[in-house]
Design a protein around this ligand. Structure first.
Ligand code: H2U
Ligand code: ZN
Length: 379
């Protein structure tokens, strides 16, 4: 039998955060593609779209009017998936089990500019977004009926995002959603077994190996996790143990904004398109317990595989068995390292102009201290 070569032979990798396995088939990258090709969204959006329900000063679908906001704007989702007053009642009849789930859904506009993305925004403006996430975590997490604050962004038509206006969502729930529950359980067991948080140990190991690191700054590291499922999946991890947004120092908020800017710009350069993805932050539950096992982190799950128009589908074996990938996380990390934000050449080569890029973010620059700032209130 031949020796296991992770760059050549089929193998499975273990995800210590979820306890699940992913099948990796590096030899399959050579297979031809005659399947579905997505269309590339048209470029050339206006800075303000009178028909957009998220633009400043515009009417929303339910008739409320957005204020003339100048940075970020947060409001209660007009079509919330959770009602705040769902009763906590439980139905438990044999294998038929259900319970009322209450919560709050919020929408966060990242910028009044309709035509920007995180990748195009100045780092100082992304800092305002980070500050809004801090404030939402404190306000929603402080409620006795909320155990989890899930922050996320769904970007791009291919991901089912209904509006190009840069925005994310926050869903705060009475119970822990599945992914948080799995990750929490695994992190708690690891802390019990090893006396150190799982993701602190994982980052130390990845920094030693230096095979999957995409970029680093003073407080955060971006990497392609060993067990990644999506072709260009990444995580942003803090260097020190941080449970949740409200524990970030001003320097760390700025560094997180810089890391988000760096990563989203790299993504846009991989296939010379505005890269679609679902991203979000996992942070410790807000149930009042200490949760020293929890390390906050971001997951980025982009669907693109080989080009701007070929996306990965999670079907067949993946639906019925395990997720599977062809491109290795090591190869994806190398591609993302090469797509350095400083390298503007690939964007110029593009048939789809990526206009409006401000000056590149320099790594390792001194981080500016920023005082707390209040955010606009919900409409
Ligand atoms: P997505 O495009 O990521 O789905 O986000 C848009 C969200 O904005 C969506 O959850 C909400 C939708 O319910 N929305 C409003 O709250 N008000 C509106 O006027 C339209 C859309
Ligand atoms: Zn808009």
């Amino acid at each position: 039998m031949t020796k296991l070569d992770l760059a050549e032979t089929s193998h499975r990798r273990f995800n210590p955060l979820t306890g699940e396995w992913v099948l990796v088939s590096p030899h399959r990258m050579k297979r031809p593609w005659q399947g579905k090709r997505e269309s590339v969204p048209a470029a050339g959006l206006k800075a303000h779209d009178p028909d957009c329900y998220l633009c400043a000063g515009n009417l929303r679908a339910n008739g409320a009017r957005n204020p003339d906001y100048t940075h970020t704007f947060v409001f209660d989702n007009d079509f919330a998936a959770l009602s705040p007053d769902a009763p906590p009642e439980r139905i438990d009849k044999g294998l038929i089990v259900a319970e009322g789930e209450s919560g709050v859904c919020r929408v966060l506009c990242f910028s009044p500019r309709h035509d920007l993305t995180l990748a195009m925004m100045e780092v100082s403006d992304i800092e305002r977004v980070v500050e809004a996430w801090v404030e939402e975590t404190i306000n929603l997490g402080g409620r006795p009926d909320i155990a989890a604050v899930q922050i996320f962004e769904n970007r791009g038509e291919i991901m089912g995002c209904s509006n190009p206006h840069p925005h994310g969502q926050i869903w705060a729930t009475r119970h822990l959603p599945n992914e948080m529950e799995k990750e929490g359980r695994r992190q708690a067991q690891y802390l019990l077994d090893h006396g150190r948080p799982l993701l602190v140990d994982y980052l130390a190991q990845e920094l030693r190996l230096s095979e999957r690191i995409v970029s680093e700054n003073a407080h955060f590291v971006t990497l392609a996790p060993f067990w990644a499922i999506w072709p260009f999946e990444t995580m942003i991890l803090p260097r020190r143990r941080i449970g949740a947004f409200d524990e970030l120092t001003p320097e760390e908020r700025s560094a997180l904004a810089a890391a988000l800017s760096d990563l989203t710009r790299r993504y846009d350069r991989v296939f010379d398109v505005s890269f679609p993805y679902s991203m979000g932050f996992h942070q410790k539950p807000t149930d009042g317990a200490v949760h020293s096992e929890w390390q906050m982190h971001a997951h980025f799950y982009p669907p693109l595989l080989r080009s701007a128009t070929v996306k990965k589908f999670m079907v067949g074996f993946e639906m019925l068995g395990s997720p599977q990938r062809d491109l290795t996380p090591e190869a994806a990390a190398a591609r993302l390292r090469d797509a350095a934000p400083q390298n503007l050449r690939s964007a110029r080569r593009s048939s789809i102009p990526l206009s409006g890029f401000p000056s590149p973010v320099r790594e390792g620059r001194p981080l500016r201290r920023r005082s707390g700032r209040s955010q606009p209130r919900p409409a």
